[in-house]
Design a protein around this ligand. Structure first.
Ligand code: ZN
Length: 424
């Protein structure tokens, strides 16, 4: 099985689970992830104050339906968990169509899709259904049942720390609160899981990688509130979301806009040769809103394909398993690996011969550049840039940016110079 197919298979396994910002669906999802990486479950109790927010009651649901006068389930949670507005309070009642109507949600512009809706912070209930089914409902009496429970419990998140040679950290975050939606965000969850698996295999990791699988907004707020000192260690990070569709890859910059993370992600996209877009920071989207809130201002960007809310399948039943492809998932993984290879390789050196240029010929460096004239010439130029800017202040990535050369070429030139102890 290709890596892309293995990623897609995990999307398929996680797809049916009823997730929300709290509840057993999150735990079950994390247990699946734990078959791939040793993710730890953490619980934050209902009622815990986290900055301006409070961890809500835990929501669980066993069943929900609307039955017609013949006793047939015309809306059935067992067929799709999108049918129930997430966090609906329990209901068991007979009611007329006009009483029921304010609680029914559909998409007239996409009559064959079930919308995805939530009501986390105001007590209400509702059903989502296909518009083509809604318009067919006859007058009459309906049996409405939502067998849900809102109770004191906790918010669950998953965390996996892959220790590196230093305590400096890279944060990888993906939201885990959406039910049967594949691109948003099983794609991000699966990409994070497979990135962790891939990074584990690299024995020379300078950075410690922290993977968070958290409910959107309240999860990152809860984590930040309980790790306020810890965040000083974060040197870079990515929010992974919506990476499985067939659109262009997009990197959204951190609030800083000029962090090493921004430079590494931009360089990786350029080097990948894939068509792509780079977006400036904006205070909407996913958990980058919290990581990049002014009090934290962390160097955390976001990787996605088509930006959220701008594709027609977004937050509907059309965001299904077939909407994400093995190829897109695998490309996302390869790109993440490239980004962190660049980040890891972005070192600051000091030229040991800062007074005029060192003589490259007598050290055999011209032969080391290879026999292909064009390549040798490019490598020589890269070497001169590295020599000139390695003054203890410029990192290799900043040298690549300033020279307009690819990071991989700058890195190769630096390796040769290090071998000959010209830069250290
Ligand atoms: Zn969403």
């Amino acid at each position: 099985m290709t890596t892309g197919n293995a990623m897609h298979e995990l999307v398929r396994q996680l797809y049916p689970i009823t997730r929300s910002i709290t509840g057993n669906g999150v735990r079950e999802t994390l247990q699946h992830i734990a078959e791939h990486i040793p993710v730890e479950l953490h619980e934050v109790a209902t009622g815990t104050n986290v900055f301006d927010w409070t961890v809500p009651k835990e929501w669980n649901i066993a069943d929900a339906y609307i039955k017609n006068e013949q006793g047939e389930r015309i809306v059935d949670f067992k067929k799709s968990n999108l049918h129930v507005v997430s966090y609906s309070v329990p209901v068991k009642q007979m009611m007329s169509l006009s009483e029921l109507r304010p609680h029914l949600f559909s998409l007239p512009e996409y009559p064959d899709r079930i919308p995805y809706r939530t009501s986390y912070y105001s007590e209400s209930w509702g059903f989502c259904l296909r518009h083509e089914d809604l318009v067919k409902l006859p007058e009459g009496t309906y049996e409405v049942c939502i067998d849900s429970k809102l109770s004191d419990g906790s918010l669950t998140y998953g965390e996996y720390v892959l220790q590196g040679e230093t305590e400096e950290e890279i944060l990888i975050s993906s939201h885990i609160c959406h039910p049967s939606l594949a691109n948003d965000n099983l794609s991000g969850i699966v990409l994070a899981t497979f990135l962790a698996k891939a990074l584990q295999l690299n024995p020379h990791r300078k950075y410690t990688y922290r993977f968070l699988f958290i409910p959107g907004t309240i999860g990152s707020i809860a984590w930040l509130a309980t790790h306020q000192e810890h965040v000083k260690k974060i040197m870079g990070g990515l929010v992974l979301t919506g990476v499985g569709d067939s659109g262009l890859l997009h990197y959204k910059k951190s609030r800083m806009g000029n962090s090493r993370m921004d430079a590494a992600a931009t360089a990786a996209l350029q080097e990948s040769g894939l068509p792509h877009g780079v977006l400036d920071f904006s205070p909407f989207g996913y958990d980058e809103r919290q990581y990049c809130s002014p009090g934290f201002n962390l160097p955390v960007g976001s990787l996605m394909r088509t930006p959220h809310g701008t594709y027609a399948e977004y937050h509907t039943s059309a965001d299904n398993i077939d909407f994400v492809s093995p190829k897109s998932l695998e490309e996302g993984l390869a790109l993440c690996q490239r980004i962190f290879a660049i980040f890891e390789g972005d070192v600051v050196y000091r030229n040991q011969f800062p007074f005029c240029e060192p003589q490259l010929g007598k050290r055999g460096l011209y032969e080391a550049m290879g026999q292909v004239p064009d390549e040798a010439r490019q490598l020589q130029l890269a070497m001169l840039w590295v020599l000139n800017l390695s003054d203890g202040e410029h990192s290799l990535l900043s040298i690549a940016q300033r020279s307009g050369m690819e990071f991989s070429l700058i890195r190769k030139a630096a390796n040769l110079l290090v071998e000959h102890a010209i830069i250290l």
